[in-house]
Write a protein that binds this ligand. Structure first.
Ligand code: ATP
Ligand code: MG
Length: 758
């Protein structure tokens, strides 16, 4: 008989308990953030093991990341009060599919030693295929074809399943043929790409019922977390496997679907009941993670999405802190204020481990990292390396090191064939050999060797061309600003282009990081000063510590929770991202809003949102608009950190702007000491001489120090972000303007000019 009074079951609410105990038949747990979906899954797993309903090797559990798999293993162990042996089929879709494919590879004509290609290899192979087909690779790029093929694979479409029309997306109807060629080339190379892992599994299961039957017999229970983010191929794979025991349990939340851009389909949730007849659906409504205000703010925000199933959430954790919204001057100020908040938190006896900063894009991390290093606050970057340790940043630094020194062998070696210039491993080891025997640097050896016959053909001409570039850059660097020089080198070396050509989802982030690098350099007067800073920063990075602040993107935060969560950069163009705004249609924007929902619901005690009035883009300052998501937060759950009582604004951003205006005035009175302000001034003055102008070259009036505005009520003014409008009211340096397009706004008079002077 099955026990129900085990310790690990006692804390569950009735719905959770039902979800844990309903081990027979298909089950869908559809519930909002923090309602215990993952906890149910873990407990269910423990329950199955504890009651000996199956051996560990008979349970298939799918998590979204490897990290989540590790955590699940730990949590099951804790729940059962002992270390869990085995669980060989706990992992991500990819890792489990790869394991199955290694066993049956011969059924799809592969050896079990097959290699899994990375994106670079994939593109290189596609290039060859496109060229061999006589297609213009400039017009029909390998990158584009790779994206098409990935899309097809995510949908479970092998070449034979595609309609004739599908091929027209590439080179006037040649798409399918090229896809076929690509697949047969992969077979010859005994290789697969990521999409193939699941697709080959599906093919094997469909063509070899005996194999599928073995898995049906093996997998008595199937468990899937973050089900809303599965794509069609993953769904088909799961359905095939689940048809055996029919004991499949999926948990998910349509409001947290954030991988649509990678082919995830929320419709899989809707299909579940159709495809698994008799499926039980359990909804969990009690949130155990967050306080009332956090939950209220998140629920109010997500209500703005049209495309959702809708659900109720409640918590017993009444009251608590409201979600705070703070306007700050610029990025560095944001980092300064947040770091201050964290020090404050720590001084109250709380730990750094309790704290997370969740950003939309990894480029946003740099300001925080620099501030933490400066203050000596321990931190870790989750889901990626720290800013100065990122591959693209190290590559860029290697270029700069070569620029500065002709004896920096490590840097030279790193970039001599990055991007690929046709200088292979053999040539490089020849250079190293020469350098050793001549007892000179790699660069010196190269200069000598290319005048000999030791190296010939493409490698020789590539090395020559490269050294000519290096010589030219060194000459130009003598009278060119270091930031400009860095941009030039990255462009002319083909390094930036290399990432533009890479269709990996992460390459846009890398390009953004390179832009952020230029901004970082701009904070120092010379290249030497900057490089000195970098070496100090890299030096600080000691081993892992016990107590650290977590810094990560919103995407990597899925499923996690922290008592204190900071959400910086809530500005239009950053969050929602520019890309989602540029795309037509609401789908992209709704996905961004779900990401915001994921962000807020990570918080247990406090969620703090920030937006900056100014951001540096490409080394120049731009004023930014608060994210539309800020105004979508229900005001009763939001705290605008201000003395705003005397106003009655309808919009949160107006309040923040008002408050911001005041603190800005304070900053001015205190002698304009903020580094952000000083940098802002310096930058403007440097670029435009004495009379400061804004980024579009319009004259910018400095905020008047006397408390009287330069403008009169009724006067027509122009603002670079909001456009034309009429002054409604003046209050010191602040103006209330009725903008023709943007509506009523509170702005600083330093940021507008007379319409007649535009
Ligand atoms: P997400 O959608 O963010 O992935 P989730 O639905 O998976 O959230 P969990 O992470 O499983 O939620 O649970 C959220 C928090 O609530 C965890 O700290 C968990 O331990 C706690 N929790 C869940 N159920 C209960 C319960 N019955 N009693 C006490 N705490 C619970
Ligand atoms: Mg979860």
């Amino acid at each position: 008989s099955v026990s129900t009074d085990a310790d690990y079951l006692s804390g569950l609410n009735p719905e959770q308990l039902e979800a844990v105990m309903s081990t027979d038949g298909p089950l869908l747990v559809l519930a909002g953030a923090g309602t215990g979906k993952t906890r149910v899954l873990t407990t269910r797993l423990a329950h199955i093991l504890n009651n000996r309903l199956a051996y560990p090797s008979q349970i298939l559990s799918v998590t979204f990341t490897n990290k989540a798999a590790r955590e699940m293993r730990e949590r099951v162990g804790k729940t059962m009060g002992e270390e869990v042996e085995g669980l060989p089929w706990l992992g991500t879709f990819h890792s489990i599919a790869a394991k199955i494919l290694r066993i049956h590879s011969e059924l799809v004509n592969l050896k079990s030693s097959f290699t899994i290609l990375d994106t670079d290899d994939q593109i290189r192979l596609l290039k060859q295929i496109i060229k061999a087909a006589g297609i213009d690779e400039k017009r029909w790029t390998a990158r584009y074809l790779a994206a098409l093929i990935d899309g097809w694979k995510n949908k479970g479409l092998t070449p034979d399943k595609l309609g004739a029309d599908d091929g027209f997306a590439f080179a006037d109807g040649k798409g399918i043929e090229l896809y076929k060629t690509y697949q047969s080339r992969l077979t010859v190379l005994n290789a697969v790409d990521f999409g193939d892992l699941l697709l080959h599994n599906i093919t094997i299961f469909q063509k070899h019922p005996d194999v599928l039957k073995r898995y049906h017999e093996r997998f008595r229970y199937l468990l899937v977390d973050e089900y809303q983010d599965t794509n069609v191929a993953q769904y088909l794979w799961l359905r095939l496997l689940a048809q055996g025991s029919n004991n499949v349990c999926c948990v998910g939340d349509d409001d947290q679907s954030i991988y649509g851009w990678r082919g995830a389909e929320v419709d899989n949730i809707l299909r579940f009941e159709q495809d698994f007849p008799g499926a039980k659906v359990i909804r969990l409504e009690r949130n155990y993670r967050s306080t009332e205000h956090i939950l209220g703010a998140a629920s109010g925000l997500i209500a703005a999405n049209k495309d959702r199933l809708g659900k109720t959430l409640w918590t017993e954790d009444a009251g608590g802190h409201k979600v705070s919204v703070t306007g700050v001057w610029d990025g560095p100020a944001e980092a300064r204020i947040i770091a201050g908040e964290i020090e404050n938190w720590k001084s109250k006896g709380r730990s750094y481990n309790d704290v997370a900063i969740l950003v939309r894009a990894s480029r946003q991390m740099r300001n925080f990292e620099e501030r933490f290093i400066q203050l000596g606050l321990p931190y870790r970057v989750i889901g990626g390396p720290r800013f100065f340790e990122r591959a693209e940043i190290r590559d860029a630094h290697a270029y700069l090191r070569v620029l500065r020194s002709d004896t920096d062998d490590l840097a030279f070696e790193r970039i001599v064939n990055t991007p690929k210039r046709g200088i292979g491993a053999t040539s490089i080891s020849k250079l190293q050999q020469a350098a050793r025997s001549m007892n000179v640097s790699l660069e010196h050896a190269t200069r000598t060797i290319i005048r000999t016959d030791e190296i010939r053909g493409k490698a020789r001409s590539a090395l020559r061309a490269f050294l000519l570039d290096v010589d030219r850059w060194r000459r130009e660097a003598e009278d060119t600003k270091h930031t400009e020089m860095a941009e030039r080198i990255l462009d002319e070396s083909g390094y930036t282009q290399m990432w533009r050509d890479n269709k990996d989802a992460k390459s846009q982030g890398r390009l953004d990081n390179l832009k952020e690098l230029i901004i970082a350099m701009g904070e120092f007067d010379t290249l030497e000063a900057y490089m000195e800073h970098v070496s100090l920063v890299l030096d600080v990075e000691s081993g892992p510590q016990e107590d650290e602040i977590s810094l990560m993107t919103l995407h990597s935060a899925k499923g996690l929770e922290f008592p204190l969560v900071f959400l910086p950069g809530w500005e239009e163009g950053t969050f929602p991202s520019q890309r989602s705004l540029d795309e037509s249609g609401m789908a992209g924007l709704e996905e961004e809003r779900r990401l915001a929902y994921v962000g807020i619901t990570r918080a247990r005690e406090m969620a703090k949102i920030y937006f900056a009035a100014n951001r540096q883009v490409y080394g120049s300052w731009q004023s930014s608009l608060p994210s539309r998501f800020v105004d979508e937060l229900p005001i009763q759950h939001v705290d605008v950190e201000s003395e705003a009582g005397q106003y009655n604004p309808s919009r949160i951003t107006d309040r923040v702007q008002e408050d911001f205006g005041r603190s800005f005035a304070r900053a001015q009175d205190s002698g304009r000491t903020s580094p952000g302000w000083q940098r802002f001034q310096k930058n403007k003055d440097q670029r435009f001489g004495r009379a400061p102008k804004d980024i579009e070259g319009h004259a910018v009036r400095r905020p008047a120090k006397g408390k009287v505005s330069n403008y009169n009520v009724g006067e027509r003014v122009f603002h670079t972000k909001f456009g034309y409008g009429a002054v409604l009211e003046t209050d010191g340096t602040k103006l209330t303007v009725d903008f023709e397009k943007a509506g009523e706004k509170m702005v600083l008079d330093g940021f507008v000019q007379r319409a007649s002077e535009v």
